[in-house]
Unconditional design. Structure first.
Ligand code: NAG
Ligand code: NAG
Ligand code: NAG
Ligand code: NAG
Length: 435
């Protein structure tokens, strides 16, 4: 169970929860929690759940990694310098959220654009937009989750739009929380669904003083689940919202416990187990609904991906100048990932593995749902230089240096390291299609 922060600290933090800064404040909570955890749990030893690496020959042909069963451990590798320019930039792509358009916001250094991830035991190819579109022909790829799901889908749209212009066919919710694009040339669709906790929930429930999210542990969020039938590839990406104050309910509405709720008489149960239960509920529900559709309509297979936890890199307070101002990746072994980041990653990987085994027991080898973990935690951890930092706002230093300045050390500049997530995703889709 997590130790708590002093109440006044949370209140001070929550005070900053203006609409504009809501995500940043969340990550301040994260940072405080992280520091606290590191302090209190230094002695715990963590088992890294790396999969067995199977060597794949290094060759440039398109069959690399596509052999049936051949799988690469992408989380094991290093960032190497690269002279190549990103295939898109802040002016060539119109799908970048302002706060992540670092080039347009005047970030002066460009070194962070010139690194490639090299897995230890296999090849990761540069993103090939034409190949991606051909793999997505007559298919629908949906991203479901929080602002990092959005960050990843926007990276993907920028990468793909270098060869084909997407048509925005649907948009809903403030800040474009629900969107769907179509690539008419390939009858391919990409969409994003806002669902930061994945299960049924109420954000900042007014009856709870607006500080607490209300989670229903046994039900999925129907905003995306009701459309599962129409999705061929589903990418879940959530995690940071589980750190926020919350009240947890079971199917009967009974309170199971809470996270950070001293003003209510509920038991503090932290968020690690809740995150785990959430993934279990979500992944089970996907399988159960797929079983139903198979008997009904003989739908084709589904690929279900979980993007693992993406660590933040705050150093000090989020609104201090230079809260994440590194210009280069960490060197190998320079800094160890924090306890909380490692736990969140571990839970994600374990639940995906568990879902895959459960599926095998229930559906046998009949296909239908394939589960894959997109293990980005380690490679993301090594990129403290890839965040917008102060360049979440246009030209933050135009009026001179300021002590106090909001920093985004959570999301990723576009272009930037998150483009790599999509290179790995492309590889996964390629392997899935050749299964
Ligand atoms: C951005 O990309 C466009 C189109 O490829 C190119 O013309 C432009 O020079 C690029 N700008 C920068 C700053 O790299
Ligand atoms: C177009 O793609 C959708 C999935 O997004 C699929 O259901 C539909 O059958 C496709 N249309 C054609 C003509 O293949
Ligand atoms: C809180 O819950 C405990 C156990 O259910 C109960 O004994 C206690 O009276 C409650 N306190 C308040 C202030 O409701
Ligand atoms: C797999 O499909 C075959 C043929 O349709 C069926 O007989 C078998 O029961 C299925 N296996 C499972 C575990 O559902």
């Amino acid at each position: 169970m997590q130790k708590l922060l002093p109440h006044h600290q949370h209140q001070r933090v929550l005070h900053f929860l203006t609409k504009k800064h809501i995500f940043i404040a969340i990550y301040l909570l994260l940072l405080l929690a992280l520091l606290h955890l590191q302090f209190h749990q230094q002695k715990k030893s963590i088992n890294s759940p790396h999969q067995v690496v199977r060597s794949v020959p290094k060759e440039e042909d398109d069959n690399t990694n596509t052999r049936r069963g051949a799988q690469c451990d992408y989380s094991n590798g290093r960032w190497i310098r690269s002279k190549a320019e990103p295939i898109y930039n802040g002016t060539s792509c119109g799908t970048i959220k302002k706060g992540q358009n670092c080039m347009a916001n005047g970030r002066p250094d460009t070194g962070y654009l010139h690194w490639r991830w090299r897995p230890a035991a296999c090849e990761l190819h540069e993103f090939n937009p034409s190949l991606f579109l051909s793999l997505l022909e007559n298919k629908h790829l949906a991203f479901i989750g929080d602002s990092l799901a959005r960050n990843q889908v926007e990276s993907l749209m920028c990468l793909v739009s270098t060869v084909s212009s997407p048509v925005l066919v649907y948009r809903d919710g403030d800040e474009n929380k629900f969107r769907r694009w179509s690539f008419p040339s390939h009858n391919a669709s990409v969409s994003v669904f806002w669902s930061p906790l994945l299960i049924k929930h109420l954000e900042k429930e007014p009856s709870l003083g607006k500080n607490h999210n209300k989670l229903y542990m046994d039900s999925v969020d129907e905003r995306w689940a009701s459309e599962l039938d129409q999705m061929d590839i589903v990418v879940f990406s959530a995690g940071h919202w589980f750190l926020l104050p919350a009240i947890y309910h079971d199917a009967g509405g009974e309170v199971l416990g809470c996270h950070y709720c001293p003003e209510f008489n509920h038991t503090e149960i932290g968020f690690f187990d809740i995150y785990r239960k959430t993934l279990r509920t979500v992944l089970n529900e996907v399988r159960i609904r797929q079983e139903r559709t198979i008997t009904r309509r003989r739908r084709s297979d589904k690929l279900v991906v979980l993007t693992t936890f993406s660590p933040a890199h705050f150093e000090g307070e989020w609104n201090n100048a230079g809260a994440c101002s590194k210009l280069e990746p960490f060197r190998e072994g320079e800094k160890k990932m924090g306890y909380m980041d490692m736990e969140m990653r571990r839970i994600g990987v374990e639940e995906l593995k568990d879902a895959a085994e459960k599926k095998k027991r229930k559906m046998g080898e009949n296909g239908s749902v394939k589960y894959e973990a997109l293990e980005v935690s380690d490679l993301a951890w090594m990129r403290p230089d890839g965040h917008p930092g102060a360049y979440m706002n246009p030209f933050p230093y135009a009026q001179g240096f300021k002590e106090r300045m909001p920093n985004d050390c959570v999301h990723w500049c576009l272009p930037g390291p998150i483009d790599t997530w999509n290179e790995i995703l492309l590889d996964m889709i390629k392997r899935w299609k050749s299964d």
